[in-house]
Structure formats: C-alpha cells, structure tokens
Design a protein around this ligand. Structure first.
Ligand SMILES: CC(C)(COP(=O)(O)OP(=O)(O)OC[C@H]1O[C@@H](n2cnc3c(N)ncnc32)[C@H](O)[C@@H]1OP(=O)(O)O)[C@@H](O)C(=O)NCCC(=O)NCCS
Length: 181
C-alpha cells in the first residue's frame, strides 16, 4: 500500500512509494509489452533490480521523484509517474510514466501528468518539464499534447524496437509560463 498522499485528483491520486509497493511494481513493470516504449525495454527485470531501483529513488530524491498513481475508486496502484534528472540550477526535469494495461484509456495518465505538472511548477518551482516519446507511441504523445506540451524536436531513427525497426525519438517540453493556458 502506498505511503503518503501527495496530490488528489478526480479519478486518480499521487502517493509516495513504500517498500511494500515494490512487488506489484516489479510484476507490472517486468511485463515486456508494457515496457515496449520505455528504457531498458528488452532486458529482464529481476526483483533485486527493483529493490535497488527503490533504494536509489529513496537516496536520490533531489534528482528523482516518483509517485504511485492510485485509482481513487479502488485504492489500487495502477502505475507510476516521475520527475527525473531534476536540475535545480537550470530548473527543469524529465517526465516519465506508465499505467498498467488493464487501466489504459481511462484518462489516468492524462490526469497523473496534470497533477505532476502542478507538483513540478508549484512545489518544486521548476521552469520547464520535458519528455521523450517514441514516434510509434501515439498514446503517450496524446497524453503530452492534452497537457499542453509542445513538440520541440526529434532524434531521427534513434531507437531500435523489434517489429518496428529504428524509430524517431520525439522531444516535448512545457514551460511554466505556458502551463494551464
Ligand atoms: C502511454 C500510457 C501511459 C497512456 O496511459 P493511459 O492512462 O491509457 O492514457 P490516457 O487514457 O490518459 O490517454 C490516452 C490517449 O491516447 C489515445 N490513444 C490510445 N492509443 C492510441 C493509439 N494507438 N493511437 C492514437 N491515440 C491513442 C487515447 O484515445 C487517449 O486520447 P483521448 O483522450 O483524446 O481519447 C500507457 O499506454 C502506457 O503506460 N504505455 C506503456 C508505457 C509508456 O509508453 N509510457 C510512456 C513512455 S513515453
């Protein structure tokens, strides 16, 4: 069960992680289909990897903040969202997220991004949040666009994905002054 409530939304809320969450996260995140568009996507994830990842998150909270996405109606953990590579000097961070497949297309990622932007701009006082999405990951691009992110560039044929070959990596960002407009 997640730790503390950080931000409450209509359908989902963001909670801090606890060690007890690791087992479910490992089960979900280990799914190759879910990780198709994420980093380390074709490596097996062992339980020990997940424990080290958790310890790293706890130790490096100045650089990485990860929240559990919890469904309000069931209190179930349905995904994770995080701000990574937090640069408190230049005031930006990279956004990353995933939702377990059973819960796709219910607007959960869109709302989780909305809440995380509030956290980034109001709590951490960042100036910019940026994100990457593979060209073939249309759902993620839609989530970013629905939250006002702008496509600012791409690395051509930057990532290899079986069945798709080398695909472009798209870069998006959102400035604090553009947020909510
Ligand atoms: C990307 C992901 C987080 C989206 O989560 P979600 O909770 O289903 O997202 P939402 O329901 O908030 O929004 C999804 C949007 O994409 C659209 N969409 C879904 N599949 C699509 C597709 N194949 N083509 C075009 N649009 C698509 C949905 O219709 C919806 O848009 P709408 O509200 O305008 O109808 C989820 O699919 C996921 O976890 N994927 C694997 C991990 C991942 O890709 N993470 C992001 C890495 S950049």
């Amino acid at each position: 069960m997640p730790g503390h409530l950080a931000l409450k939304g209509e359908k989902i809320s963001l909670w801090t992680l606890t060690k007890d969450d690791i087992k479910l996260i490992w089960k979900y995140y280990g799914d190759f289909e879910l990780r198709k568009y994420l980093e380390r996507r074709w490596q097996p994830i062992y339980y020990e990897d997940e424990e080290k990842w958790y310890e790293n998150i706890v130790k490096n909270k100045d650089e990485n903040i990860v929240f559990c996405i919890v469904e309000n109606s069931s209190n179930e953990l349905v995904g994770l969202i995080g701000l990574h590579k937090i640069d408190s000097y230049s005031k930006h961070a990279e956004l990353g997220y995933w939702i377990w497949r059973d819960y796709w297309n219910r607007g959960y990622a869109t709302e989780a991004v909305k809440l995380t932007l509030k956290y980034a701009f109001e709590y951490l006082n960042l100036n910019k949040v940026w994100a990457r999405a593979l060209e073939s990951n249309k759902a993620s691009q839609r989530v970013l666009e629905k939250n006002g992110f702008k496509l600012v560039g791409k690395l051509r044929r930057h990532n290899y994905t079986p069945g798709e070959g080398f695909v472009d990596e798209l870069y998006y960002d959102l400035l604090k002054e553009e947020w909510g407009h």
